[in-house]
Design a protein around this ligand. Structure first.
Ligand SMILES: Cc1cc2nc3c(=O)[nH]c(=O)nc-3n(C[C@H](O)[C@H](O)[C@H](O)COP(=O)(O)OP(=O)(O)OC[C@H]3O[C@@H](n4cnc5c(N)ncnc54)[C@H](O)[C@@H]3O)c2cc1C
Length: 352
């Protein structure tokens, strides 16, 4: 079949690669450069998403853990295992039993993963590892396994695999509208495909509207910002935002510290960049756990999550995806970086 893929983020690239591997003739349209949008503004984690266990999203977590391990095998030079610690403080929203039970389930869902399971860490051990960490109320914590990637380079690696499998990739090619008969229109040309895939992440609904089509699924667009701090980070941490149930990460990143993320509703006509308030909130949360440090911000970036609408609070929105087909047009709503290949396999199944 002749297949057009709109969107050169991780989901579009994985779909294009998977379809080409299955023998289809694939052309990918990216209006800008590959991997310049959401897919390079992530927290750089290949993870099951520990906190989705609280929402009972066991299928999603199991799939994501399986995919995490698959990325580690597929591209070991661009992804590596990461041990994270969840410190537990007096007065925290989650007690020791809750965290321990969550991690026990996480390990079970990881199945026969080669990564080591969780274990308890006592407070003094934790302070030895993270000397500047807040001491007041520290009750110890748990460490567990996930993985970290270079999202941008790993995405370009996928693009290279896709090219080698025969995908024609066009950058700077915006699809202005598409239709249910397999048509895709750019400013210069009109194309006809057996299937056209709308994998434009946060812009999926907007492309349908521009094409005069109704979106069967609503997206909740939620910006997430990160700061890069100058200091080196020796230990990845998953922490509760003080006084909230929301969590944020402190992660090692290219010799620095990555701190994120936030959850702020976003419109597509607004600039995608961290606001002053987000930067203040991230520094406040960081400062709570590292009270003696004066953090120096050396970088910042933001991305927009394409979440399935329906939750009043963005933290509660599902990180799952919906694939909708109408005639020859298939649209992907939502989806995580980690699960992009699993999504691609589902899309490929639907194409045929
Ligand atoms: C702050 C934040 C942190 C995250 N952290 C993680 C994490 O640690 N781990 C994880 O697994 N997931 C994470 N995610 C989720 C993950 O990053 C996204 O779900 C994923 O990157 C979405 O990829 P995508 O390809 O669907 O969208 P995008 O990467 O946004 O790609 C869509 C592409 O479509 C292009 N496009 C749009 N309209 C058109 C058009 N009309 N014609 C042609 N091209 C078009 C855009 O230019 C863009 O390149 C995070 C997300 C955010 C925002």
């Amino acid at each position: 079949m002749r297949i057009g893929v709109v969107g050169g983020g991780i989901n579009g690239l994985c779909c294009a690669w998977e379809l080409a591997r299955r023998g289809h003739a694939v052309r990918l349209f990216e209006r800008d450069r590959l991997m310049q949008a959401t897919s390079q503004a992530s927290s750089k984690l290949l993870h099951g998403g520990l906190r989705y266990i609280e929402k009972g999203e066991f299928r999603l977590v199991r799939e994501a853990l399986h995919e995490r391990d698959a990325w580690l095998r597929r591209a070991p030079e661009l992804a590596h295992p990461l041990r994270l610690v969840v410190p537990q403080y007096a007065g925290g929203r989650r007690g020791r039993l809750t965290i321990g039970l969550g991690l026990w389930i996480y390990d079970r869902l990881a199945g026969d993963s080669a990564l080591p399971g969780h274990r308890h860490v006592c407070g003094s051990d934790l302070l030895r590892r993270v000397p500047g960490l807040r001491r007041d109320g520290l009750r110890g914590g748990y460490e567990f396994s996930d993985a970290q990637m270079d999202d941008y380079r790993l995405g370009l690696w996928v693009a290279e695999q896709a090219r080698q499998a025969g995908v024609r990739i066009g950058e700077g090619e915006e699809v202005i509208r598409c239709d249910e008969d397999g048509g895709a229109h750019t400013a210069a040309d009109a194309y006809r495909f057996d299937r056209i895939l709308n994998v434009t992440g946060p812009w999926a609904e907007a492309l349908l509207h521009r094409s005069g089509l109704t979106a069967p699924v609503r997206l909740d667009l939620v910006r997430g910002s990160h700061l890069i701090l100058e200091r080196r980070c020796e230990q990845a941490l998953l922490l509760e935002v003080p006084g909230e149930k929301r969590i944020f990460f402190v992660l090692p990143w290219q010799g620095h510290t990555l701190v994120g993320t936030t959850e702020v509703r976003q419109r597509l006509d607004e600039a995608i960049s961290p606001s002053v308030e987000e930067e203040r909130d991230l520094l406040r949360a960081y400062g709570h756990y590292f009270p003696t440090e004066t953090p120096v911000v050396v970088g910042r970036f933001a991305g927009v999550r394409p979440l399935l609408a329906g939750a009043a609070n963005p933290s509660d929105a599902s990180r799952d995806s919906v694939i909708h087909r109408s005639g020859r047009l298939i649209t992907v709503f939502g989806g995580k970086w980690t699960t992009a290949m699993a999504l691609a396999r589902r899309v490929a199944g639907m194409v045929c």
